[in-house]
Design a protein around this ligand. Structure first.
Ligand code: SIN
Length: 282
């Protein structure tokens, strides 16, 4: 197995390895896991593996989870279908910068995404290194966000287009989660900027240190949150992957965000994602 970095900051492409073999081989799997911690997202092409092998490989990292809004393959629980076609019109946005499922108390530790069918051109995905985004913050911002928490909501994102009863039912099943704005990666110890498209507001910003008069709160907190979320858009922290059928991305969801570029409609794009249950961020 050979790894070639794709940028100076994040991402490497793996060669001479099959994920079907890695699902059964401890040493091979261990090597991939080590590279994942180093590069944060790994890419492979020509992985004509079965759905069972996709699930078996991803399950080496931990148990898989379904998604309450995107359905899973009926024969392979945990293999979420992200299928877009003519019936997925571009008026409804597909994506924002996000770390997967941070509306869960314990968001996924990572994901394995395989392209089943894709447009001839377009539909790339971009990943961003949020440990680098944190490390580059000005010191006064690091001091300001130390100890801050943010609320993350499925209701305000996946639920926003639902009738109110359905939205409330979704929220009852998945109450908003609260996570530190800066989390520590449980394996590398890196500090990571951990707010993205699911974060709605800070929960402990409204203190005398931050809010002198009441009306300071909403703009002060909102602008800081939007500015922090916007750091994901900095090209120097990113890698962009052009999909081909049977290409695969494996990412560490604890220290990255991603964005699927929505530029291909009316072409079909079919992706299958195995999300691996993670720990509670600290
Ligand atoms: C995701 O947002 O998890 C999927 C990304 C993609 O479809 O490229």
């Amino acid at each position: 197995m050979r790894a070639e970095p794709l940028t100076a900051t994040i991402g490497a492409e793996l060669f001479d390895v099959s994920l079907a073999d890695a699902a059964r081989d401890d040493a091979l799997f261990g090597g991939i896991k080590e590279l994942l911690l180093k590069y944060k997202v790994l890419f492979l092409r020509d992985q004509a593996i079965s759905r069972a092998d996709h699930v078996a490989f991803a399950s080496r990292f931990g148990a898989l989870e379904d998604h309450p809004v995107a359905g899973s393959d009926p024969d392979h629980p945990g293999l979420v279908r992200i299928y877009k076609d003519l019936d997925s019109p571009p008026e409804h946005y597909e994506n924002a910068w996000h770390c997967d499922a941070t509306w869960r108390d314990s968001p996924p530790m990572g994901c394995v995404l395989r392209c089943i069918e894709g447009p001839a051109v377009g539909g790339d995905t971009i990943w961003v290194n949020m440990a680098k985004a944190y490390a580059d913050l000005p010191e006064h911002i690091k001091a300001q966000i130390e100890g801050l928490y943010a609320r993350h909501s499925i209701e305000a994102t996946f639920g926003a287009n639902m009738p109110i009863e359905q939205r409330h039912a979704l929220k009852a099943r998945f109450p908003d989660a609260e996570h530190p704005v800066v989390r520590t990666h449980p394996e590398t110890g890196e500090k990571v900027l951990f707010v993205s498209g699911f974060a709605t507001h800070f929960t402990n910003f409204h203190t005398p240190a931050n809010v002198h008069y009441g009306q300071d709160y909403a703009p002060g907190a909102g602008q800081l949150l939007a500015w922090l979320i916007g750091r994901a858009a900095i090209p120097e922290y990113q890698v962009r992957w052009r999909w081909t059928p049977n290409s695969v991305a494996i990412w560490d969801n604890r220290c990255t965000q991603h964005y699927a570029v929505q530029d291909y409609w009316p072409a079909v794009r079919k992706m299958e994602r195995a999300g691996i249950i993670g720990d509670k961020p600290f």
